[in-house]
Design a protein around this ligand. Structure first.
Ligand SMILES: N[C@@H](CCC(=O)N[C@@H](CS)C(=O)NCC(=O)O)C(=O)O
Length: 224
């Protein structure tokens, strides 16, 4: 059976996967579990009527399970783990919150207009904590095997890397080698296929995500 999933389309490009880390997390989970799916790209500035009917809150991602559309990536990932237990992506509880403060710290720093408000330092501390964790336990957060927490965190780290370079000319410090290695794409972008539903690996979908974020930033550049 092919699952249906609604995810964000890129801003200004309705045929390209957009920069929503929650949608990307759900797609990465489907990919890692090799669950066949059909994706609907939703233009969030012009939501289709059918989407609002099945999900009045209007947020992506949503996945159709047994004729019922279910929202929220936490809930979706939980149901996927239950219904498709193999391969297991369950994260051991002691690792489940690793990196969880990075995204809010990134958003604060990105929005900050005061270089002395401590937001850069707070983000650096969170990234350093992740680096220490990966050094002790890596290459993935829970060790040798990829798990749900990686699929949640990795798209957020890509957003951070691309958006801070673009908007603040800021890069992750070279000394955080374990973080840099963790987000390094393993395949050159030109080898990637364009339809996310055809992807068969975590890394290639992440590569697609970077391209999409760059695309979105390109749209911002044009004044969009
Ligand atoms: N907690 C939700 C958050 C989902 C979310 O905020 N999605 C954003 C896009 S990344 C959205 O659909 N926003 C609605 C809108 O922009 O109209 C989840 O984990 O799925």
């Amino acid at each position: 059976m092919v699952l249906e999933i609604a995810v964000k389309a890129a801003v200004g490009a309705p045929d390209i996967l957009g920069d929503c880390p929650f949608s990307q997390r759900a797609l990465l989970t489907l990919e890692e579990k090799k669950i066949p799916y059909k994706s609907h790209l939703i233009n969030l500035s012009d939501k289709p009527q059918w989407f609002l009917e099945v999900n009045p809150e209007g947020k992506v991602p949503v996945v159709k399970f047994d004729d019922k559309w279910v929202a929220d990536s936490d809930v979706i990932v939980g149901i996927l783990e239950e219904k498709y237990p193999g391969p297991s992506l369950a994260t051991p509880p002691e690792f489940a919150s690793v990196g969880s403060k990075i995204f809010p710290s990134f958003v604060k720093f990105l929005k900050s207009k005061d270089p002395n408000d401590g937001s850069e330092q707070a983000l650096l501390e969170e990234l350093k904590a992740l680096d220490d964790h990966l050094k002790a336990h890596g290459p993935f957060i829970a060790g040798e095997k990829i798990s749900a927490v990686d699929l949640s965190l990795a798209p957020k780290l890509y957003h951070l890397e691309v958006a801070l370079a673009h908007f603040k000319n800021w890069t992750i410090p070279d000394k955080l080698t374990h973080v840099l290695n963790y987000i390094k794409p393993q395949a050159p972008p030109e080898t990637l296929r364009s339809d996310p539903s055809e992807f068969d690996s975590f890394i290639s979908l992440l590569g697609q995500i970077i391209r999409n974020i760059l695309f979105v930033i390109g749209v911002y550049d044009m004044g969009g």
